[in-house]
Design a protein. Structure first.
Length: 435
């Protein structure tokens, strides 16, 4: 199977697909799957821009809406995870995963699926210590704080992934696993962006630029081993996938991680965003059964979802995992029986919002609250689970629960805005996007 991996999409589907079609024609080959490592920006219409955490100058429709409306169809099956610049209202509808558009599948806030017999897992969002132990308390319409926290990785989703026992072939995260720079050429990484050398020589006193400050933060994070996501690092150590792909920092970085003494190896690769001259695509081959290939639910993952969904945390309080009383073997047998009857292909795509019309604005009276996606409802019905994505009554202004393991030190990580600033763009005055 030939798989194309793309870094940050930033809504630029037309150019990514055009590049892949050109490669197929020039190299006389067929690409079976495209996977994207976040910042996909599945913006359906102007209302979705309200849930996109980017500066106003970046709040543009880009090209996903064409695939949502049916004007275009993705020429290559696509699987993506979420990053920190997403239409979070739409992705929340598909919390468990689902078709964001025909041929374009969102893996969910956390998830595992099979494409053919290749097993692909992923974790959406970025890691911030001060929200990690919170539940998914945000509710639509998002306020100024919610729009920034909704994409922060939560312990609940990581805990479910930790339960996975069967081998994972490919895993996706938006930000890099913490400590991954110890396994690659970190000196080359620091040299990659052209302004790094210039900035490190500059006077870092009064008047130092934001990009210089960000560079110093990056160097400090690398030296301290804190660059990236601790949750992702823990998952890599537990799951030990054959391949791990990330994005977020807008540069290419390969690494080889050997697990234990002489243990298995994970091939890691981070990629850039879609721009001319940038390393935003990588094509590789993986052993698989003969095609054609289809996307299927993963039996083990559905059993894990069934076991832990009854304790889904919709407030600020930390999930209480001891309350997950369902027996895993019984959950597995339940799922097996259901899939034997129904089949394991995901439920069909359904539009839940008006499509963008370049010549007409979306009606201002269109509901801004949570929309129940029929895909999600059907998925939960399949597993015999209650729908729990609607907003709970707890106030968003409540302080962090005493059950949350948050220290003063963990709040300091919020001061390192590596996820919010694209230093290259800031220095050069470019308008092509953020990290």
């Amino acid at each position: 199977m030939k798989i194309a991996v793309e870094g940050c999409m930033h809504g630029d589907l037309d150019n990514v697909y055009a590049t892949l079609l050109h490669l197929q024609e020039v190299e006389k080959t067929k690409i079976d799957l495209l996977i994207c490592c976040g910042d996909f920006q599945a913006v359906r219409n102007e209302k979705d821009l309200d849930s996109l955490n980017v500066p106003p100058k970046y709040r543009t429709m880009k090209t996903f809406w064409k695939y949502y409306s049916g004007e275009k169809v993705a020429p290559i099956p696509t699987i993506f995870i979420g990053g920190n610049h997403e239409a979070s209202n739409y992705l929340w509808e598909l919390y468990y995963g689902g078709w964001a558009a025909p041929q374009i599948y969102f893996l969910g806030f956390a998830g595992v699926v099979k494409f053919g017999n290749v097993r692909i897992g992923g974790l959406s969002g970025i890691y911030k210590a001060n929200h990690y132990y919170s539940g998914h308390y945000e509710k639509l319409p998002y306020n100024e704080q919610d729009i920034r926290s909704i994409y922060h990785v939560r312990e609940y989703d990581v805990h479910k992934l930790v339960q996975v026992q069967e081998p994972i072939d490919i895993f996706l995260s938006h930000d890099w696993p913490c400590g991954i720079t110890d396994h690659g050429n970190v000196k080359k990484l620091i040299r990659q962006k052209p302004f790094f050398e210039k900035e490190v020589r500059s006077d870092l006193g009064i008047g130092s630029s934001l990009s210089a400050q960000s560079f110093l933060r990056l160097v400090i994070q690398i030296a301290e081993g804190t660059l990236g996501s601790q949750a992702a690092a823990d998952l890599m150590a537990k799951l030990r996938p054959s391949y791990w792909f990330s994005a977020h920092l807008h540069c290419k970085f390969p690494a080889l991680v050997q697990h234990g003494d002489g243990g298995s190896i994970t091939k890691f690769l981070a990629l850039d965003k879609c721009l001319p001259g940038r390393n935003f695509l990588q094509i590789f081959e993986i052993e698989s059964e003969p095609g054609p290939y289809e996307l299927h639910y993963d039996e083990e993952w559905l059993a894990i979802t069934k076991k832990f969904n009854p304790i889904f945390p919709r407030t600020r309080r930390r999930a209480n995992f001891s309350d997950a009383k369902l027996n895993m073997e019984e959950c597995r047998q339940f799922v097996k029986n259901k899939l034997q009857i129904r089949g394991s292909t995901p439920f069909e795509f359904v539009r839940t919002a008006p499509c963008h019309n370049p010549h007409q604005s979306v009606a201002s009276n269109f509901p801004s609250g949570h929309c129940r996606n029929p895909q999600t409802e059907a998925f939960l019905e399949l597993l015999g689970l209650q729908y729990c994505l609607d907003a709970y009554s707890e106030s968003r202004e409540l302080p962090q629960s005493s059950g949350s393991l948050v220290s003063k030190e963990s709040f300091g990580n919020e001061d390192i805005p590596i996820d919010d600033i694209d230093d290259d763009d800031e220095l050069n005055g470019s308008d092509d996007g953020e990290t």
